[in-house]
Design a protein around this ligand. Sequence first.
Ligand SMILES: [Zn+2]
Length: 265
Amino acid sequence: MNRRIFLKNLSKSVVFVPLLIKDLSANIIQNNTHETNNSFDIEPDIYLDNKDKYDLLSVRNKLKLIQRHVGYGNFNLISFDRMIKVAKYSSKIQRFNKKELEFLESIFYYNPSSHGFFGHRISSNITDIIKLKEVIKIPRTGHYLFKGQPEKTYHEMKKDIGNTIILTSGVRSIVKQTKLFIDKVYKTKGNLSVASRSLAPPAFTYHSIGDFDVGKKGYGYANFTERFALTQEFLEMKKLNYIEMRYTVNNKDGVRYEPWHIKVI
Ligand SMILES: [Zn+2]
């Protein structure tokens, strides 16, 4: 992240918000609901504190190396304690220092409603683990599903819609969600408001308890855009009506419309 760009964005969002617009947004919140406020998008965006910038970069790099070390599939399940051990015993990665650990804890335990994310906290303890016996690996996807309802739903979808529907993201441990969130914050140059609209902060994902994402085979990145809602696979999913969408248009959580995300829990 470039320091100048970072500061420029920071000043743009905090200093130059006209008072008039702030007052207007206050009225809208009073008279309507959160989603109205989100769709107007006039609240100033909130950025990562400048002092956390270097920890974000070093933690991001370590998580990338750990994912490479344990493999993409295993990384979906890795616990916080295991992450620390892997780093400690690899001379290439090196142990997490105190500041990095504090940063990891702070992005797990903070309250993201301060930057417009209103979803429910799903995980309460950063060291929560996913038991191997509770999940099943889905061949050729690099992803896992929880046994029981999620696995059943997925297989029903395959049977009813066909093999062109695929699992694009299943069970995510706290560490996995942390990596995805940090990558998103990095990509948005520290803009927490924008990042959390497309990715839940580490403790707030339903992927840690059963939800999963599906896509169309061979559709690549478009599976994670609204274009997925135009596919035959999606139309079938809707028609067959055994799934319920978690993140609809203008949802109250402050998350973008996600037609590919299957609500199980
Ligand atoms: Zn999802």
